[in-house]
Write a protein that binds this ligand. Structure first.
Ligand SMILES: Cc1cc2nc3c(=O)[nH]c(=O)nc-3n(C[C@H](O)[C@H](O)[C@H](O)COP(=O)(O)O)c2cc1C
Ligand code: SF4
Length: 682
């Protein structure tokens, strides 16, 4: 077991005013969208308390907690304009404090970064009439009475948070109202709030002065600010630095939390918060420059995923506090693991961005490979040992099978895994072949290392039949055999097409003019199209959906779109592939529409179909009659976290379950969640 780094820079305390933060790791503001009725209730609290227990020094709760009614919740934000928030935040702060973590909250007025058809249906407000492309709503221009009430709203919200016993607050000033006023790109006001930098900063300085008056000099107030918008017509680095200096000189703030870039489009947001396959810590040096120039407490987060990079940020004096936000979504116990010499066991954040992308689609933040996150109350992060040790045989070493093996072994069971291939990973291994998706393999590798530690026995190149499975006399059999690509979706010519997985695996060579028909909307079509287009082929992706790549959400789509547009791939929505016929060496694709558009044709030399997978379930059905539960799952027990007790066949020799894509094509999170919640009670 590696021992903790002696005098680890990350573990040194940091003094911010009167507050001693016990180490240098923080969770920056992020709205996981777990609020109920706009309040941080039990699930929300449990999420932060878990991370406090895990040793983080500071958790910046919420993310964009709304100070005003016309800052309507864009993603289930906490409503800091309600007095009711005080009680909920007090409970959250007290419980985190018990575990030694400081608690702050980010407050904001979203300005034009929300929509008028949320919340109270008030017009949204900004310093421009231009819409923000990401939220698409056209704002009113702020009048004097808007500004007066917004200044008051900020001060009221800050006072509520002080009353709740928080250690401080942070104002959000990147892409939101305060910096919409700062930026020449979004401030078209005349008069006292438009034109000069003095005028553009007036609102924020008035807000900060009003807050200070209300909370007094001791309460910690910081600002998360854009110090370079990095876009034509936006705030430059020089102006950003000037803003930072003026804020410091105002004497109203205690720390800067540095952001570089703009967030008004999905693509731009992805550069501020990089995802899988993008550079690690791309703005760290920039944040260090701001710290050096301002000589002021500086925080920062942006794809600092691993402890070594965080350590470097502190050791090199680039930051005072390092944000590892998604890293803590993936593993809440980072500091505890560093302290106990288990740094190598940290569940890695693989940058899949499933967490953040989901909140923009109205869901709660879910980690692609930690289903306990956000479900702390019903799916705790720890796995309890089983009362009776069993022999568990798992078939398939994709994400579902690997998680089943890990959890079963954590329970103390004896676990045997059969895998038909040479290596574990299943579809994840194929998907990770696109260099941009390579980080995905850590989902498998982390589980592989855990299984090894726990003594799981792997049998690779083992295409197990029922006889082989039963030879080990299992108490429980878990079929996690995944699925096979499905292409049988056409009226005619199914035999003439190849699957996206054929392209990714190399079983099919890319053609020169290719139609990729995407009837699943997931990554496979995009990856296949990119691999084909990279050879110089002419590629069109077509879907009958009204949106492109419907299952690949906003920020995750950015790197794929950049690659596909570079290769001049074309995108066709609302048209569907009906049939393919041969024509000499070429293929003719007949294209129709659900909307009644006249049929048309494409002449290509290859048609690739992506229609997800169909369960590989022969083994399951073979084993079903001999099982005591006949394969049945008690959903009530599964959801409630109770053990399975179905006994449709009392003479059966083993319990049988199937999980992941062996049941139906879903995604990695679903596969892992299937495994976790079933196996944790076995
Ligand atoms: C689910 C989620 C919601 C977020 N919401 C906010 C927010 O409301 N305000 C904010 O300043 N940053 C927000 N962020 C950004 C994080 O604070 C952080 O800057 C970002 O995740 C990059 O840091 P990381 O690479 O350590 O995760 C959010 C991030 C996530 C994952
Ligand atoms: S979903 Fe992906 S980016 Fe988000 S925490 Fe999990 S591993 Fe990290």
């Amino acid at each position: 077991m590696p021992s903790p780094v002696p005098n680890d820079p990350l573990l040194q305390p940091y003094r911010l005013k009167h507050l001693t933060l016990k180490n240098r790791l923080m969770i920056t503001a992020h709205e996981p969208a777990y609020a109920e009725d706009g309040m941080p209730k039990d699930a929300y609290r449990a999420y932060h308390v878990e991370r406090a227990k895990g040793g983080v020094a500071l958790t910046m709760t919420a993310g964009s907690a709304s100070v005003a009614r016309d800052s309507a919740p864009a993603f289930n934000n906490i409503l800091a304009w309600k007095d009711e928030v005080v009680g909920w935040m007090r409970m959250l702060a007290e419980e985190c404090h018990e575990h030694g973590a400081a608690v702050m909250i980010q407050l904001t007025h979203l300005g034009r970064r929300t929509r008028w058809d949320q919340g109270d249906w008030l017009p949204i407000v900004s310093s421009t009439h231009d819409r923000e492309p990401a939220h698409r709503a056209f704002p009113k221009k702020a009048e004097d009475w808007d500004i007066e009430r917004i200044v008051r709203d900020y001060a009221d919200a800050a006072e509520r948070m002080k009353a709740a016993g928080l250690d401080g607050i942070e104002l959000e000033a990147y892409g939101h109202l305060l910096d919409q006023f700062w930026s020449p790109a979004t401030n078209t006001l005349d008069g006292p709030h438009g034109g000069s930098l003095d005028n553009r900063m007036r609102l924020s300085l008035d807000v900060l002065a009003a807050i200070r008056e209300r909370v007094g000099p001791d309460f910690i107030v910081g600002i998360r600010l854009v110090a370079d918008e990095d876009m034509a017509g936006g705030l430059t680095k020089a102006e950003g630095l000037e803003i930072a200096q003026r804020l410091k000189v105002s004497g109203t703030i205690d720390f800067l939390n540095v952001i570089r870039g703009h967030i008004d489009t999905d693509a731009a947001l992805t550069d501020v918060i990089p995802v899988q396959g993008m550079r690690s810590a791309p703005h760290l040096d920039f944040a260090g420059e701001i710290r050096a120039a301002t000589r002021f407490p500086t925080f920062h987060a942006a794809k600092i995923q691993d402890v070594a990079t965080a350590r470097h940020a502190i050791a090199e004096g680039k930051l005072d506090m390092v944000g590892m936000t998604r890293a803590h979504i993936a593993d809440p116990h980072i500091v505890a693991k560093i302290l106990s010499g288990r740094e190598d066991r940290i569940r890695p954040c693989v940058g899949a961005n499933y967490c953040l992308d989901r909140i923009y689609q109205g869901g709660g933040a879910r980690c692609v490979h930690n289903p306990s996150t956000g479900r702390e109350l019903e799916q705790p992060h720890g796995i309890a040992p089983a009362g009776r040790k069993k022999r568990v045989v798992v078939i398939g070493a994709g994400p579902a099978g690997m998680e089943a093996a890990r959890v079963a072994a954590e329970r103390g069971h004896q676990v045997i895994v059969h895998e038909a291939a040479n290596d574990p990973g299943g579809q994840v291994r194929l998907s990770a072949q696109t260099p941009r998706r390579a980080e995905m393999m850590q989902v498998i590798d982390w589980r592989g290392a855990e299984c090894e530690r726990l003594g799981v026995s792997f049998r690779f190149n083992s295409f197990a039949d029922a006889e082989a499975v039963l030879a080990d006399r299992p108490d429980t059999v878990i079929v996690a055999t995944g699925g096979l690509p499905h292409t049988d979706v056409l009226e005619a010519g199914n035999e003439l097409v190849v699957s996206a997985w054929d392209i990714l695996s190399g079983d099919a060579r890319p053609g020169e003019t290719v139609l990729v028909y995407d009837d699943a909307g997931d990554y496979a079509a995009l990856q296949a199209a990119e691999k084909i287009a990279a050879t110089g082929a002419k590629v069109e992706i077509m879907t009958r959906d009204r949106v492109f790549a419907s299952e690949v959400m906003g920020m995750s789509l950015t790197p794929a779109m950049r690659a596909l547009q570079k290769y001049d791939v074309t995108f066709t929505v609302t048209w569907k592939l009906d049939a393919v016929t041969p024509d000499g060496n070429a293929l003719v694709a007949r294209v129709g529409s659900d909307y009644g558009g006249a049929a048309r044709e494409r002449r290509v030399d290859q048609v690739v179909v992506n229609a997800a997978t169909r369960p590989l379930d022969d083994l399951y059905f073979e084993l079903k009659p001999g099982s005591c539960n006949l394969g049945a799952v008690d959903y009530e027990a599964l959801i409630a976290g109770r053990p399975q007790a179905m006994r449709g066949n009392p003479d059966g020799a083993y319990a049988l379950y199937r999980i992941g894509d062996a049941v139906a094509a879903r995604n990695i999170h679903a596969a892992i969640y299937d495994a976790l919640r079933l196996v944790r009670t076995l």
